[in-house]
Design a protein around this ligand. Structure first.
Ligand code: UD1
Length: 370
């Protein structure tokens, strides 16, 4: 059996790492299996890509399409053109795509039109907000995938409502949490908090990159003002995504997001260093999807600066609270954080999801030792 896994953007790397490790185990045991990794190059700067590959123990991609940045149409279109050539040359039996980025839908579409089976990991999540490019990518990818591996039960309802048949849906848990649990000890040994001069529980970590938050001058400035208020009591650490960095510069907001306001801006951090600072933070303010899940497992309060989430189990079970963009709502919720309340870890977020996924794939394709 020939399989191609696809990665493109930062969160994809954490999701595919445990899958590749799992396949390697079966390949070592002599299973009749060939696996290749394709990086579309959607994220290309060393800090957003290369360093994460190293830390996660990912093999060098067999192919890097080198697509880079561009408008959605341009980026998605270029990936479609280039990945089709790869499929024609390799002719795999299955491709695996993860998450909801432009690379996910582009590659799924190519494969499906060539009659190649598609497995989508992290299927069925819905924010019901079609202004999010990721929501469009999710719906379209799920509509054409053959195997839908889901992280939480809300996805069963979502997919059923869209007419996806039950036999395609597999509730396996969360591969991003596999990666978190297997790297947590190593991450805690890092010295990032010390290097940044942070005191445990006395700082708040912020990440922002959603176009709806950062591509709008008013929103970005309003968020900056909220952070300046919070930073009167706790240091703010803000590893800045390249998109957000560009916008802070463009809108001349450097004075607001500054050391003078007790807001520490850093480059995006490598995975282990990032988990290191999250693990002893007081709270997290974010618009990221993955971070809502990681904070839930680490028991760190997470205020999500969005009106919706496609990950309801992080709210129902975990530490996540949707606060939207209203400054008073963000500050009120922040002031009511109670770290003594114990929350649950969602079902099957136990570090064994990749094992479940690979087992299902090998069974469905009747792969055995040669
Ligand atoms: C993408 C994903 C988003 C995911 C996020 C994680 C889509 C539609 N969006 O958003 O779902 O949560 O990645 O980071 O696929 N840039 C660099 N270096 C890089 C990559 C990007 O400088 O390595 C800059 C470029 O100027 C680019 C901007 O960041 O224009 C945005 O990158 P892009 O890949 O378009 O989308 P993200 O905002 O990163």
């Amino acid at each position: 059996m020939k399989i191609i896994s696809v990665v493109g953007a930062r969160p994809n790397f954490m999701k595919i790492a445990p899958i590749i490790k799992e396949f390697s185990k079966y390949i070592k045991k002599g299973y009749n299996l060939e696996h290749s990794l394709v990086h579309t190059g959607q994220h290309y700067s060393p800090i957003m890509s290369e360093m994460l590959f190293q830390q996660l123990g990912l093999p060098e991609p067999d192919i890097n399409l080198g697509i880079g940045s561009g408008s959605h149409g341009e980026q998605t279109g270029k990936i479609i053109i280039e990945f089709e050539k790869v499929l024609q040359e390799y002719n795999p039996d299955l491709i695996i795509v993860v998450g909801d980025v432009n690379s996910t839908i582009a590659c799924a579409l190519d494969a499906k039109k060539l009659g190649i089976k598609v497995a989508h990991i992290e299927a069925g999540l819905r924010s019901f907000d079609m202004d999010m490019p990721e929501e469009i990518n999710r719906i379209l990818t799920d509509a054409i995938s053959d195997f839908l591996f889901i992280t939480e039960k809300s996805a069963i309802t979502n997919l059923s409502n869209e007419g996806v048949s039950q036999e395609k849906i597999h509730f396996v848990g969360n591969v991003m949490i596999d990666t978190l649990l297997s790297h947590l000890e190593k991450a805690k040994e890092k010295n990032m908090t010390k290097e940044l001069g942070l005191i445990s529980n006395e700082y708040v970590v912020v990440t922002l990159h959603r176009p709806s938050n950062v591509d709008n001058e008013c929103s970005l400035e309003s968020i900056g003002n909220v952070l300046a208020e919070i930073s009167k009591n706790k240091t703010i650490v803000f590893p800045v995504h390249p998109r957000t960095r560009n916008k802070i510069n463009e809108y001349n907001l450097d004075g607001l997001f500054s050391k003078e306001n007790n807001i520490l801006l850093t480059d995006p951090l490598p995975y282990l260093e990032f988990i290191n600072i999250i693990s002893s933070s007081y709270a997290v303010l974010t618009d990221s999807g993955g971070l809502q899940e990681e904070t839930t497992v680490m028991g760190i309060p997470c205020l999500t600066l969005r009106e919706n989430t496609e990950r309801p189990s992080t709210i129902n079970d975990g530490t996540n609270i949707l606060v939207g963009l209203s400054p008073s709502n963000i500050l009120n919720t922040y002031n009511q954080i109670d770290k003594s309340i114990k929350r649950k870890i969602p079902e099957k977020w136990d570090g064994k999801s990749a094992g479940r996924i690979v087992k299902i794939i090998l069974e469905k394709f009747s792969v055995t030792t040669t």
